[in-house]
Design a protein around this ligand. Structure first.
Ligand SMILES: *Cc1c(COP(=O)(O)O)cnc(C)c1O
Length: 363
């Protein structure tokens, strides 16, 4: 079933929370009434029941399978959003006298580095603010002794994405909130990966954290148990009540990704969708994309009307035609089209047709 409002077909380009696969929504809706024939709602079952344990086990196993990880890594589902991880990462890995390196290529990396400065020294080794974060700065050195290097693998707001991860000489940490499971990458390059679920993996309220055990347990500070990765590992993500429904929706989405052909299939679809959109932008002079070509994001395309006076008419047209969530981030402006895994290629095709029609009228 295609989403509709007043008989009009909708195309959901929201940046997050964002579109989910229809089979996931259908199954989750069923489970709210009757979870797996138990007669109880998924919202009503205990988190220590065998029923929920199965959900968690499948979610963890799916992550390990998709990432091709061995037992050096632990998979956790923790409360909060990626913003919680901005703090939890340095709290667990950085002592007061330590330094960590941060690549700042947008608003989220900037926020992450500021949280690190609460616990130690955050050395910003590259910052693309000089060009409005329209590129990824790849030419930098990580200071000797840095405890880790932190990157934002996809800059949701600015529309850039790392297409080759840096070799750090220090444990690499990635905020993958907005491109997790969107294509095959070498996850083993990372010592810690985190992602808020609500962009490409599920419902808001849960974080996926994948951590290599060897980097833990090296700080001297006391860590509150709810913030301590090692305690969560010991408890198997069940130290306290986890966000049961959000974990369940992530499990269903992971199951859907695997059924659709895994990361190869996701990557192929993402490339086709984003190639089509960027080609359309580049061939229509009415639109301008300022992002460096080699750094363009396959998840979030950020672009502008060449004549700013046309922005409002274009966004009004989008609204009229059922194109949801395409207004750029409040600090950036312009247009942002998010193309997460669940977005059908037909939605990007429909959007490109609309762009061409608009260009004919206003070119
Ligand atoms: C959305 C987003 C965040 C913030 O996530 P919250 O769940 O709202 O805390 C952090 N990093 C990236 C890359 C994001 O896209």
């Amino acid at each position: 079933m295609q989403p509709q409002a007043n008989g009009m077909k909708l195309h959901n380009f929201n940046s997050g929370p964002s579109i989910l696969p229809q089979p996931v929504l259908d199954e989750a809706a069923r489970a709210i009434h009757d979870f797996n024939g138990t007669g109880l709602s998924i919202l009503e079952i205990g988190h220590r029941t065998p029923w929920f344990q199965e959900v968690l086990n499948e979610a963890v196993a799916s992550v390990k399978k998709l990432m091709q990880l061995d037992d050096a890594y632990e998979v956790l589902f923790l409360h909060g959003g990626a913003t919680t991880q901005f703090m939890q990462v340095p709290m667990n890995l950085l002592d007061t006298g330590d330094a960590a390196a941060y690549c700042v290529n947008g608003i989220w990396g900037s926020k992450a580095s500021k949280e690190a400065a609460v616990f130690g020294t955050a050395a910003v080794v590259s910052d693309s603010a000089d060009k409005g974060h329209t590129y990824i700065g790849k030419d930098f050195d990580v200071p000797a002794g840095a405890k880790y290097l932190h990157i934002t693998t996809n800059n949701t707001v600015e529309g850039t994405q790392w297409h080759n991860y840096p070799s750090a000489g220090a444990p690499l940490i990635g905020d993958m909130s907005s491109d997790i499971f969107s294509r095959p990458v070498d996850f083993r390059k990372f010592s810690l990966i985190y992602a808020g679920a609500q962009k490409n993996m599920g419902a808001a309220g849960v974080n996926l954290v994948v951590v290599k055990k060897e980097i833990l347990g090296q700080v001297k500070r006391r860590i509150p148990i709810i913030m301590d990765y090692r305690k969560h590992i010991e408890a198997g993500s069940l130290m306290n009540t986890p966000p049961v429904f959000a974990v369940y929706v992530s499990m269903l989405t992971l199951r859907w990704i695997l059924a659709e052909g895994g990361l190869e299939a996701m990557g192929k679809k993402s490339k086709e969708k984003s190639d089509l959109l960027y080609n359309t932008i580049d061939t229509l002079p009415v639109f301008t994309c300022k992002v460096a070509k080699e750094d363009r994001s396959q998840m979030n395309a950020v672009f502008f009307l060449t004549d700013p006076a046309l922005e409002t008419p274009f966004l009004d047209l989008c609204k009229k035609e059922g194109m949801i969530g395409v207004k750029g981030y409040r600090t950036v402006g312009g247009v942002r089209v998010s193309m997460y895994n669940a977005l059908a290629p037909e939605s990007v095709q429909a959007f490109c047709t609309l762009m061409k029609d608009f260009a004919v009228k206003h070119g």
